[in-house]
Design a protein around this ligand. Structure first.
Ligand code: B16
Ligand code: MG
Length: 217
């Protein structure tokens, strides 16, 4: 088979985006300001370091290098406590059906996430062993919208980038998939993800027939 599929994690397979938001919001509040849902869109798919830089800019707060590292650690601890009880039940509706179809048809799939917590989350939700390759925040040096994460995933799948299909919930991730010359499928709002080749509000809206057409083309 000549096609491969790459999944983002946060906001695509599980709804961890809202826990990232809660943890960042708590950090901002503790520093004396607030962040909005709209600002949060700009944090999706963005690395931990780049997220904190953006947030501090919004709040007009400057931190020493040590304080910066400390705030990142606090945010991550809070995030990890929010997701500590996560199980396979937290896999978003419609996702398992697509993974099962790919497995049954021997279409390899990879993870392409900005998160350094990706492997831990995949273990919690019992999907770790299902992926042919896992590329996460520990494996890349250039954050989305740079295509690096998806290009490494394609290489590990032994697929040409143009034969890869990417599922993404973030603007930065859709841009990364497009820059990698892959088919981009946005999961979320059409008005936000208008650069994607296709957009669905969630996986329950995706017919298996649609996936079949993409991977057998
Ligand atoms: P961590 P994804 C991204 O994951 C999240 O969308 C983003 O909000 C988060 O800041 C980033 O991972 C880094 O996560 O702090 O866990 O390393 O959407 O690319 O799967
Ligand atoms: Mg995401």
């Amino acid at each position: 088979n000549s096609k491969g599929v790459i999944f983002d994690l946060d906001g695509v397979i599980v709804d961890t985006a809202r826990y990232h938001y809660l943890a960042w919001r708590k950090l901002a509040n503790d520093l004396g300001f607030d962040i909005t849902e709209t600002q949060n869109e700009e944090l999706k798919g963005v690395s931990r370091v780049a997220s904190l830089e953006k947030i501090l800019g919004w709040g007009n707060v400057s931190l020493s290098q040590d304080e910066f590292m400390e705030q990142m650690a606090i945010k991550n601890d809070n995030y990890l406590s929010y997701i500590s009880t996560m199980t396979a039940k937290d896999i978003l509706p419609g996702v398992s059906k697509v993974l099962d179809f790919l497995t049954e048809n021997e279409i390899p799939f990879a993870l392409g996430s900005a998160s350094k917590n990706a492997r831990g989350i995949l273990e919690k939700i019992n999907l770790y062993h299902r992926f042919s390759a896992i590329v996460d925040g520990n494996n890349v040096s250039k954050a989305k919208p740079n295509p690096e994460v998806f290009l490494i995933a394609a290489k590990e799948l032994e697929m040409a980038p143009s034969n890869c299909i990417v599922f993404e919930d973030s603007v930065a991730g859709v841009q990364a998939a497009n820059a990698a010359n892959m088919v981009s499928i946005g999961i979320g709002e059409k008005s936000v993800l208008n650069e994607a080749d296709h957009v669905f509000s969630d996986f329950t809206k995706i017919e298996i027939e649609f996936i079949k057409n993409l991977v057998t083309r």
